[in-house]
Unconditional design. Structure first.
Length: 157
């Protein structure tokens, strides 16, 4: 049974990603692991005193690696991940992303929701390979963009 979740007030399901697509996504994500590790190390012991400035500084290693990704690799990862996601619309499941296009099929899907969906897809498809660690990665992809946006909206320095 496909995992079902709610994001942005809409219900979504995740289909399995083809094995070769998993491999190609994993290859494109491997260089981010070092930056993610450095960023998480920077955050240790700071949860009670995080503001936007500290959060952004902590994630600079990850942002640096994301920034160095080729546009084609970034688009590939989002397209392949989100092409496995379907939204429930009037009792029908409609694709969120059609491979070959550059944006989601639904204009109300924002970047935070795209990260959340991609994280869920990666966790679902790579859990057999990485076990519980993929759940932690999905949680991070779900929380970090929203945390940064919330910190910015609160007016924190």
């Amino acid at each position: 049974m496909a995992p079902v979740f709610v994001a942005g007030g809409h219900t979504y399901s995740i289909d399995p990603m083809r094995t070769t697509k998993q491999l190609h996504c994993l290859r494109r994500l491997t260089h981010l692991v070092e930056g993610l590790g450095e960023s998480l190390t920077n955050l240790q012991g700071q949860s009670d005193k995080l503001d936007l400035g500290r959060l952004l500084i902590a994630f600079l290693p990850l942002f640096d690696r994301v920034g160095s990704m080729k546009d084609a690799d970034t688009t590939y990862i989002f397209a392949e991940c989100l092409s496995t996601v379907k939204r429930s619309v009037d009792g029908e499941w409609r694709p969120v992303w059609v491979v070959g296009r550059t944006d989601p099929e639904f204009a109300d899907i924002d970047l935070v929701q795209m990260f959340e969906m991609a994280g869920r897809v990666l966790a679902h498809n790579f859990s057999a390979l990485f076990g519980d660690h993929m759940g932690a990665l999905a949680g991070l992809m779900n929380e970090v963009p929203g945390t940064i946006l919330a910190a910015g909206k609160s007016g924190a320095p």
